[in-house]
Design a protein around this ligand. Structure first.
Ligand code: MN
Length: 231
């Protein structure tokens, strides 16, 4: 077997690096793939969360509102030549981007997350999720009280969140379609659970009674998905 001595190896490496440094246009290489948001498939039927969230609300929410956020953020990425390659970088630099990118990027990501952390018949948090919640808030009931409070007191449109920030869990809320991964957000961390408190999320069934929507939403949490994100 041929042995490559160090000098040859270094020479080859430098040559390779120099070749890579040639402007892409010389080789007409395709541009680096820009970030694209895609809508996750709804993991259950639109009526699966009845009677807690009604089918018509789910259909309009997913098929109209969320679809529009996805289209609009991808338009913004193309029109504004936004070059961040990952969702993480996109949100970490959101203060440098347009309102269209911020609002629709948040709307795209937040709803993808929201569909996944729900399911019919939630049960109760168990295992490490229950342990983490107990450690941070004293009990699951106290956690629910505090989260409910965050959801009810968010004035106007926005989201309530449970996030992991370092080794701590935190509850808070964000306005509009902001999320805790955005550099502009007061609440920061990795989202574990989120509740959409825009009127479009509940008005057909609950009208002005956001508190009833929030109370019933506890029946449709996918705690297994929360656990995955706690790792
Ligand atoms: Mn929504």
């Amino acid at each position: 077997m041929e042995t490559i001595n160090r000098r040859t190896f270094v020479k080859q490496t430098v040559t390779a690096a120099a070749a890579m440094a040639v402007p892409a246009s010389v080789f007409a290489m395709p541009a680096l793939a820009a970030l694209q948001f895609t809508q996750v498939p709804m993991p259950y039927a639109p009526n699966a969360l009845e009677p807690n969230i009604d089918a018509l609300t789910m259909e309009i929410h997913y098929g109209k509102h969320h679809t529009a956020y996805i289209k609009n953020v991808n338009d913004a990425i193309a029109d504004e030549k936004i070059s961040f390659a990952t969702e993480k970088d996109f949100f970490a630099n959101i203060s440098k981007l347009s309102a269209k990118a911020r609002n629709n990027g948040g709307g795209a990501w937040n709803h993808n997350f929201f569909w996944q952390i729900m399911k019919p018949n939630s049960g109760v948090p168990a295992g490490k999720v229950a342990e983490a919640i107990n450690a941070a808030f004293g009990s699951v009931d106290k956690f629910k009280e505090q989260f409910t409070q965050a959801a009810i007191t968010r004035f106007g449109s926005g989201w309530a969140w449970l996030v992991k920030d370092g080794n701590t869990l935190k509850i808070g809320s964000t306005p509009n379609q902001d999320n805790p991964m955005m550099d502009v957000s007061d609440l920061k961390g990795t989202p574990l659970l989120a509740l959409d408190v825009w009127e479009h999320a509940y008005y057909l069934k609950y009208q002005n009674k956001r508190n009833e929507y929030v109370a019933n939403w506890w029946n449709v949490i996918n705690w297994d998905e929360v656990a995955k994100r706690l790792n």
